[in-house]
Ligand binder design. Structure first.
Ligand code: CLR
Length: 370
């Protein structure tokens, strides 16, 4: 922090990009940014972060009691945050601008069975403008699924980008005897800091909830500077049932969290994450993300930004033409794996149990993959 990392020849471009953020209208994805800040990865790959601790995901349905299972959902959720929000910094030196997915873009992946069942991932870009990504993750053997969608509303203030996440996720756990539990998961607000130096990173803000249909609720508060510790990436979580608060946890979502006022470790984000496995590009379908963006990504990786931008324009032009053709034929694009509903009944039922969140939200329901 505090050291300017913008390449000399891109300094002017970077400062005019920062200035243009002030007049941004909520969707950052289509804004042109200087090459050094571009990522070769599309946003359709991001849902994989939810599955990178497959052992904790599979563990959820093994909980003996309702409280056990809620604690396991909370543990898994907090342990995915490090991957979701710090991976680009670790791999590419800073947060970057991901490729803006096209409508119908797909991303499939798998975490192989190493004893607790195979975990599979299905992602579909269900809207281009605004960008919305729908995903479904399943470990059939363990009886756990996660379904959700993700969109963003961005604004700029005080030198940082503020990202409100639109969407939510629902997790189901199938229990012996045919019983099934459902958990609603809301998503944190992001602040992108470090922009002036050209080395953006994410801090989480405000709070989110996990609401179980068992009556157990977990609320998680996020703070950058920390409470007692004064540390970045801090969280505090409270587990409750009805009006009774049961236990609380605190620590850092990038390292260790403990049961409050004790040394009992609750979340350990330092355990290596397991990256999703994806078919080689030659075996992928034409809508699959890494195949679709192969030439653009290659250009970005090799520093050949001219060829990257040529290929990106080709894809965008093809998309525009496709939309025109569909309009002319009166046949709008059909989603492949998800179905849009204006109001998600699961969300509606569970959201009523917590204060401060909208009472209704739309959703994309997974229909299966042949
Ligand atoms: C997408 C859903 C994932 C979590 C996640 C992590 C990083 C976020 C991303 C989401 C949405 C797009 C995002 C990105 C960080 C930067 C990027 C907000 C929420 C914006 C569009 C690009 C900012 C450009 C600057 C880095 C210059 O589960």
């Amino acid at each position: 922090e505090g050291t300017d990392v913008v390449p000399t020849e891109q300094k002017a471009g970077w400062s005019s990009f920062i200035k243009s953020l002030a007049s941004m209208t909520g969707d950052l994805s289509s804004m042109t940014a200087p090459p050094f800040i571009l990522s070769p990865t599309s946003l359709t790959e991001f849902p994989a972060y939810w599955g990178e601790r497959p052992e904790l995901f599979a563990d959820i349905a093994t909980g003996k009691t309702e409280q056990d299972r809620m604690e396991k959902v909370l543990r898994w959720f907090i342990c995915t945050l490090k991957g979701q929000y710090t991976t680009r910094n670790e791999k590419m030196g800073s947060e970057k601008k991901p490729l803006n997915p096209v409508l119908g873009e797909e991303f499939f992946g798998v975490w192989p069975d190493v004893g607790y069942g195979e975990t599979t991932l299905t992602v579909e870009q269900v809207s281009h403008h605004p960008p919305i990504t729908a995903y479904f993750i399943q470990n059939q053997k363990a009886g756990v699924t996660l379904q959700g969608h993700s969109g963003q509303k961005t604004s700029f203030s005080g030198g940082s980008i503020n990202v409100k996440q639109n969407g939510h996720a629902t997790l189901t756990a199938s229990l012996p005897g045919g019983k099934r539990e459902t958990y609603l998961i809301t998503l944190p607000r992001l602040q992108i800091q470090g922009l002036v130096w050209g080395s953006p990173y994410i801090e989480l803000a405000d709070s989110t909830a996990i609401v179980g249909d068992t009556g157990y609720i977990a609320t998680i508060d996020y703070k950058g500077k920390g409470w007692v510790s004064g540390k970045a990436h801090s969280y505090k979580a409270v587990l409750s049932h009805g009006s009774k608060s049961i236990r609380s946890y605190e620590g850092q979502w990038t390292s260790i969290g403990t049961v409050a006022k004790s040394n009992e470790v609750f979340t350990d984000a330092t355990v290596p994450k397991q990256e999703v496995q994806v078919k080689p590009i030659e075996q992928q379908g034409e809508w699959e993300s890494r195949r679709l963006w192969a030439a653009t990504a290659q250009g970005i990786r090799s520093g050949d930004y001219e060829s990257a931008s040529r290929d990106k324009s080709r894809i965008e032009n093809e998309q525009r033409q496709r939309r025109k053709d569909e309009a002319a034929a009166g046949q709008p694009w059909q989603l492949k794996y998800f179905e849009h509903v204006d109001s998600d009944p699961v969300y509606k039922q569970l959201a009523a149990q917590v204060k401060g969140i909208p009472s209704e939200e739309d959703a994309y329901i997974f229909r299966g993959r042949a």
